[in-house]
Design a protein around this ligand. Structure first.
Ligand SMILES: NC(=O)c1ccc[n+]([C@@H]2O[C@H](COP(=O)([O-])OP(=O)(O)OC[C@H]3O[C@@H](n4cnc5c(N)ncnc54)[C@H](O)[C@@H]3O)[C@@H](O)[C@H]2O)c1
Length: 378
């Protein structure tokens, strides 16, 4: 698969909206990503000129719809959706049953091959609506307006769509890149503080695997990020989309390099299960980053000073650096052993050999995981 990414600055003619733009090319698919406060105002142009759809349906979760649907409908102006389809908020909606209800809505709204799905919400909606678009009539385009930090800096880029199955998360899915991603940073203003911070763990992950200078930037901008100052949030999203686009362009189908995005996730996912999902995904990733850095430090791969620096940064970004309750030795290991990242019976991690020096698929021992999880209790 031919794949490459490029990045350029883009300014809309409207004097009051300055947006950043990234074009991502993966094989024959191109995704235009628009980023900035007020970016939703670009939606009519995108529907008219970029995807040229006749009819479209909006898919949103009910919470996001109550907060942001009116402003989306106002931004769409002359373009009226054929249907607005809502699902309850939360991961429990990412199912085949929800997809089936959405297929019914698309059928009722007569969304044909020249139609489009406009997804409005967090990563859950992106995955669900993207999956429905990927499979309706063997695939129609979709445009994604992410409304969470997690979705804006991670889920919206890369073309992975999925629903869950009782046997596991994201087990049913398709690669189907959005035709356009419109990231209006104003949407993030209504996110609860805890959810805003949770998404920042993925940003620290991107910095650690790909760009040491971006780690410095987080330290300098932490307070402005938490205050959600528009220029800081736009810069955050832009750099994250660029890093994710670079990784995806190199390995769209997760054959090898894309697994670098699993940094922090081997221990993070295990803790998510052990703690019964009482923490946000991003909060578990923050703990996973600290634990996996500790494994690298114990091997002599990473300086203790870097580990301490990352821990302080995560705390400054409002993320947990300690377990909310004790996790006994072996508990996290048992959860990691059933994770889909296990290969050849070995639990594997992405470990750092320095800033922006990730090593992929490193087998780790139970004793290493136990010691790393113990450091989260200190
Ligand atoms: N496809 C990918 O590459 C990818 C990458 C990372 C995560 N994901 C998926 O993303 C999902 C998690 O995404 P998420 O963290 O965005 O969760 P989410 O979409 O469930 O949103 C979290 C909560 O925030 C609310 N919300 C969303 N936007 C809001 C806003 N602007 N103001 C107030 N409340 C708002 C939602 O209603 C929901 O209750 C998981 O299903 C995960 O598997 C996918």
């Amino acid at each position: 698969m031919r794949a490459h990414a490029r990045q350029k600055l883009f300014q809309r003619p409207d004097k009051w909206v300055v947006m950043q733009s990234i074009e991502i090319y993966v094989g024959s698919e191109t995704t235009r990503v628009l980023i900035g406060p007020g970016a939703r105002s670009a939606l009519p142009d995108i529907l008219d000129t970029r995807v040229r759809c006749d009819r479209f349906a909006i898919v949103a979760d009910a919470t996001v719809a109550s907060l942001h649907l009116p402003s989306i409908l106002a931004a769409l102006a002359r373009r009226t959706p054929a249907a607005v389809l809502q699902v309850p908020p939360g991961e429990a909606s990412k199912t085949l049953a929800s997809a089936e209800r959405l297929y019914g809505g698309l059928a009722d709204a007569k969304i044909g091959r020249d139609g489009l799905v406009l997804a409005l919400g967090g990563g859950m909606i992106g995955d669900l609506a993207g999956f429905v678009a990927a499979t309706w009539l063997r695939g129609i385009p979709f445009v994604f307006c992410p409304t969470t930090t997690e979705a804006a800096i991670d889920a919206a880029i890369g073309g992975k769509t999925a629903i869950n199955h009782p046997a596991g998360k994201n087990l049913i899915g398709a690669f189907h890149a959005a035709a356009a991603v419109v990231i209006d940073s104003d949407f993030l203003r209504t996110l609860p503080a805890r959810d805003f911070s949770a998404g920042l763990a993925e940003s620290v992950k991107h910095a650690l695997i790909a760009d040491g200078a971006f780690l410095d930037w987080h330290e300098q901008e932490a307070a402005r990020l938490l205050a959600r100052e528009a220029d800081a949030v736009t810069a955050l999203i832009l750099r994250n989309c660029g890093i994710k686009a670079d990784v995806v362009a190199r390995d769209a189908r997760e054959r090898d390099w894309r697994a670098v995005l699993n940094f922090g996730h081997t221990v993070g996912h295990a803790l998510e299960h052990v703690l019964g999902f009482e923490l946000r995904h991003g909060e578990c990733v923050a703990l996973g980053i600290i634990a996996e850095n500790e494994i690298a430090r114990a091997r002599g791969w990473l300086d203790a000073a870097v580990c301490e620096r990352v821990r302080s940064l995560l705390a400054a970004l409002g993320l947990p650096t300690r377990l909310p309750r004790p996790v006994s030795p072996g508990e996290a290991w048992a959860a990691a052993r059933v994770d889909k990242k296990v290969r050849g019976g070995a639990v594997r991690c992405v470990l750092l050999r320095g800033l922006a020096k990730p090593e992929l698929s490193v087998p780790i021992e139970r004793t290493e995981m136990d010691a790393a999880v113990a450091c989260l209790a200190d």
